[in-house]
Design a protein around this ligand. Structure first.
Ligand SMILES: Nc1ncnc2c1ncn2[C@@H]1O[C@H](COP(=O)(O)OP(=O)(O)OP(=O)(O)O)[C@@H](O)[C@H]1O
Ligand SMILES: O=P(O)(O)OC[C@@]1(O)O[C@H](CO)[C@@H](O)[C@@H]1O
Length: 307
């Protein structure tokens, strides 16, 4: 079973308007509310790929109930930890004429020690053959070692994990050998406090994450495609041409495509191909991509061996 952990899920309130003028009253042309959060997006893509997963995380208050209501129509298997404080609302603003996407993400609910303990207790059921995908920010009063603590707990029982976070929290988990990590090119540069000007620079620094323990490194590069770096080789996936509608969740979709396919095939190249298809398909969709779009985009992705 694949478990996704979204410690800080959200209602994504996606607003479309022609132009965003800060400091003025702006009115939208169209708006939608989506069940959001990185792990939730991963579970939704897995569902599209007909792969089972269980979504875990902290959900609470009136916004938590709306979030669960929004999620219902996607028929995901969930086992959320109920908390007293409110699930956050994240605002995503697509200014179509400016071709700009602005995101304002809330801090999330305060999680009490008892609620956290309830969550940790759930980790006991995860074991051999399971993969846990942990991603996204942490809600308030949750210590930065949260993902590391979980990785240690589940690994003791023989489960694998995937982590999509940034900075020191990511580096700390590498010695535990995550199945895959997926910084984008900017996050990778920040990790090493440097600029990465060429593809070779990116590959060299991705390789440092392998040296520190990651089993596979994906580097997503938005409209420039993505790289897969393994111990011996580096591969590139092109970003197919298409109209970007809402790229929120493209990175999560890429992880879902990679992990879901890897669980079935153990083939990193095919997993990369499917991951890239899921990422671009979501960028070309208003919401997280559906299977038909993923299958269509898959046909226009080529994987090239760079070294
Ligand atoms: N404009 C685009 N055109 C085609 N493909 C895209 C585009 N944007 C994203 N993708 C695909 O999706 C992948 C993941 O996107 P991106 O690099 O934006 O991830 P991210 O920074 O983690 O995003 P997010 O945090 O919003 O999910 C890219 O590597 C690429 O394959
Ligand atoms: O604030 P975080 O947890 O880092 O990111 C949350 C978020 O921006 O990530 C998803 C897209 O990747 C959205 O569904 C959600 O709103």
């Amino acid at each position: 079973m694949i478990y996704t952990i979204t410690a800080n899920p959200s209602i994504d309130y996606v607003l479309r308007l022609k132009e965003l003028v800060p400091g003025e009253i702006n009115r939208t042309n169209n708006d939608v509310k989506l069940p959001g959060g990185k792990g939730i997006n991963v579970s939704r893509i897995l569902n599209e790929l007909q792969l089972d997963s269980t979504a875990l995380g902290f959900v609470g208050g009136a916004t938590g109930s709306s979030f669960e209501q929004l999620l219902k129509k996607h028929h995901l298997q969930t086992d959320f930890t109920q908390v007293a404080d409110d699930t956050r609302i994240n605002v995503k603003i697509n200014a179509t004429e400016q071709k700009q996407e602005t995101e304002i993400n809330g801090g999330g609910p305060v999680i009490t020690d008892t609620e956290k303990q309830k969550f940790f207790d759930q980790m006991k059921k995860i074991g051999q053959g399971d993969v846990v995908v942990m991603s996204g920010s942490l809600p308030q009063k949750v210590e930065t070692s949260f993902y590391l603590d979980i990785a240690k707990m589940i690994q003791k029982n023989g489960a694998d994990f995937v982590i999509d976070t940034t900075g020191q929290a990511l580096l700390d988990t590498l010695p535990l050998h995550p199945l895959v990590v997926k910084p984008n090119n900017h996050e990778l540069a920040d990790l090493f406090k440097t600029d990465l000007d060429t593809e070779q620079d990116i590959i060299d620094h991705a390789r440092k994450l392998l040296e520190q323990g990651a089993k596979h490194v994906l580097v997503s590069m938005a409209g420039d495609g993505a790289l897969l770096v393994t111990k011996d080789h580096a591969y590139k996936a092109n970003a197919p041409k298409g109209t970007v509608v809402n790229s929120v969740g493209a990175g999560d979709s890429m992880i879902a495509g990679f992990v879901g396919t890897f669980m079935k095939t153990e083939d990193p190249i095919e997993s990369f191909h499917q991951g890239a298809a899921c990422g671009s398909a979501t960028a070309f969709s208003q919401d997280i991509a559906v299977k038909e779009k993923i299958d269509e985009v898959y046909q226009s992705i080529n994987i090239t061996k760079l070294s």
